[in-house]
Every structure is written in structure tokens, then in C-alpha cells.
Write a protein that binds this ligand. Sequence first.
Ligand SMILES: [Zn+2]
Length: 475
Amino acid sequence: MGRRLMLRFYNTLTRKKDVFQPIEEGKARLYSCGLTVYDYAHIGNLRAYVFVDLLRRWLEYRGYDVKHVMNLTDVDDKTILGMQEQGVSLKQYTQRYIDAFLDDLQMLNIKKAKIMPKATEHVDEMVRIVEVLMEKGYGYRGEDGSIYYDISKFKNYGKLSKMKIKKLKAGARVKVDEYDKEKASDFALWKAWDSKDGSVFWRTKLGKGRPGWHIECSAMSMKYLGETLDIHTGGVDNMFPHHENEIAQSEAITGKRFVNYWMHNEHLLIKGERMGKSLKNFYTLQDLVQTGHNPVAVRYFLLSTHYRKQFSFSFEGLEAAKNALQRLYDFMERLDEVKNGKGSKEIDALVEKTRKEFEDAMDDDLDISRTLAAVFNLVRDVNTLIDEEKLGQGGAEKVKEFMMNIDQVLSILDGFWKQKEAKLSKDIEELIEKREKARKARDWKTADAIRNELREKGIVLQDTPEGVKWKKEHV
Ligand SMILES: [Zn+2]
């Protein structure tokens, strides 16, 4: 328990690293703003989810039972615009991007959130919240029939983004979902239908219309995680207005703090600019995979820079990530090949030292640079021990076990197993072919020798009418 107090996260709310203290001992309520499914995610978007995955896996490594909720924004200004351009229903339009997004998460080894609520399936909850906000005097109806949040009523408005509210013009209103700090004003909770919305509307107690974007996250997060969340994540661009408005809505209703730790990831840049749809300077994961890049290398690339640092995408960077992964795969392979029985006292101390460095770095706001440095120092030191024939099989097993243990957090070694399996199959096929040739030449000695060699690798051959088959014996 004591060790857990060492876990610290940079909290946007306090602008410093705070010790993580969950609401409920041993549990973490985590909410992440999911994708707005109006287009394919680009790797800049996906950076946010690789970050959340690392966070979640770290909490789990530290023994927390993480209840992770990630919403899907499947109705907002952008989705409606997109569906109308394509002349399909909202559901048809968004489903394609939801499917593609789920595929992306899987390819990047991102654990799926326990609950992934869709905004369109939670309109009742949103309506109820808006009703309460109106009863409490925070919500009012504008001349256009839409319902707005009166930010002058919420005394802490601006506490997350640290904006100066005094400059605001009284009564200025904004109906669009996205706007910038200079335009801070009353925002739409409920948007009365207008012709631009076409077929997208709900008939509710609030009238015919649709929810504003910000109310969606307040409704879905509180429904599944309660009135106060431990951690809320999102891209830094969502801090204002989206998260500021989520706070205003949720805290006005409950009178309680909405989120204890706000964590924001920085942008991925490309040639010095923010990767984004509007600038058309982006790559999707599919773009990269279809040109032969390993998605796990993309994961490593996105993972290996601290989440609060901006950094640039480049093919050189992706190549470097691939090489770093290959070094780890080669290392695992080498550990497998250690055969001598010599023991080494050094190795226990080395593994424990690395484990401590790894854990301390991750506890310190997921300091991935130090984390990976610890791992690669171990790789270097163990390679030296192998070179000097100072590593025995027991020591190699210990190192492998450690690597597999930390891979629960990093989740980058699965490519190694795949590579190993492919290589194993190739080697075996070659040996079987050699044995067949020997048999045809009635060279029984060679054929038996190959059979024995394979048996030593745990491969059992079966001569069947369809030819030779092999299987791996599981010990
Ligand atoms: Zn959100």
C-alpha cells in the first residue's frame, strides 16, 4: 500500500504532479473522451489512446481495478455535416468509422475500454441533466429555442483552462460545438432543430432537437462512473471548451468535484505543424500498415515520447522505433538460446535494479523515457554477460520473465512471438524437406538424425498418407 502513494500524475487542474489517491481504495474510475466518429482516426488522434492504454496498464500493474469508460461521439456538428455530404443515415455514416476505430485500437494493442457508450444511445440521460440545470438556474432557453448554459452563474468557470472570465461579454452565446478561448460564452446544452440538422433530431421534453457535444460526456461519464471520477483524459485541445464545459455542467448538478485528476496528452506534429484533418497533413494507421509498417512499431513510436511532450511524426522516427523493437526481439531470441548451466549472482541484482528503475519512472507521471532507458540498459548489460559467457539458463529465464512482466505494460513484444513462430515454421519445413530427400535416397541415418534434432526442439513428426505432418509438443 505504501508504494502506491508514490504514484504521481501531472494534474492539469493543479498544474503540478499530484500523488494519486483514488476515491475507493484499489479502484480507479477512468474516463476518456473517445473519438468523434466523423472520419477515420489519424495517428495524431490515436496518440491519445496509446497514452490512455499506457496509463490504464500502469494502474493495473500497480494493482488497481480500473473501470475504464470511453465514449463514442456519434452525433455532433461534424458527424451531421459528414452524413449529409454522403447522403446516408447518421447510423450508417458513423458505424463505418466506429468499426475502423475499433480495428485501429486492436492493431495497436490497446485494451478496449470496459464500456464504450455511444452518445446517440444516451439522449434520455442528457435530457434529464439539462432539465436539472434549468431547474437550478444554470440553463436557459434562447430566442432560437436552444437551451444554453449561463457561464456567469458558475463561479468556477475557467478553473481548468485558467482563463480570465471577467473579459467575457454578458449574454454572448455560441451554438457550435467547437470554439476558442477568445469566444468563451454561454454554450448550447440542447440545440433546437433547424433545417441544417435534416433527419437528425429527438423529440423530447426539451423540444425537438439534439444534444450539444459537451453534455454528452457529462451524461455518459457520470452514468457509468458516478458523480466524481478519479481520472479524466483527453487531448490538450479538448481542455477548452469541452472539458471546461463538462466541469461546469457536472459540478452545477452535483455540487461535488467532477474529476480529481485531469490528464491531457499533447499533439503529434508533422513538419512542425499539428497533425489534423483541417490541414490535411495526416496519416491513418491503415496508410502506414498498407505501406508495410508494423502496427506494433507505430505503437512503440507513439508510446516512446512522454505524453505531455509535443513531437513530430517522421518516417525516420518510425524506422528508429522499428529498430528499437528489433533490438528487443533479438534480445529475447538470444535469451532463448542461452544453454549453459552456469549460474550468476549478478543477474538477480541486475533484474531487481531494473525493475525498481522501471517502476519508479512509471510512477513518476509515466516517465517513459526513463522507463525505456532502464530496459535498454538491461539489454546492454545482459548482452555483455552473454558475450562473456557469464549468463546461465536460469538467469536467462529470470530476465525473460521480467521482460514478459513489463510487457503487460508496454505491450510491444507480441511481434517477437509472431516472428519466432514464423521462423520456427520455416526452419521446421526446411528440415522436414531435407529428411524427405534423405529417405528417398534411403539414407536412414540422416533421416533419423533429423527426426531426433526436431524432437529436441519439441517437434513431433507424423508420417501420414498425405505426407509428413508436425506438431509442437507443449511441455
Ligand atoms: Zn468528451
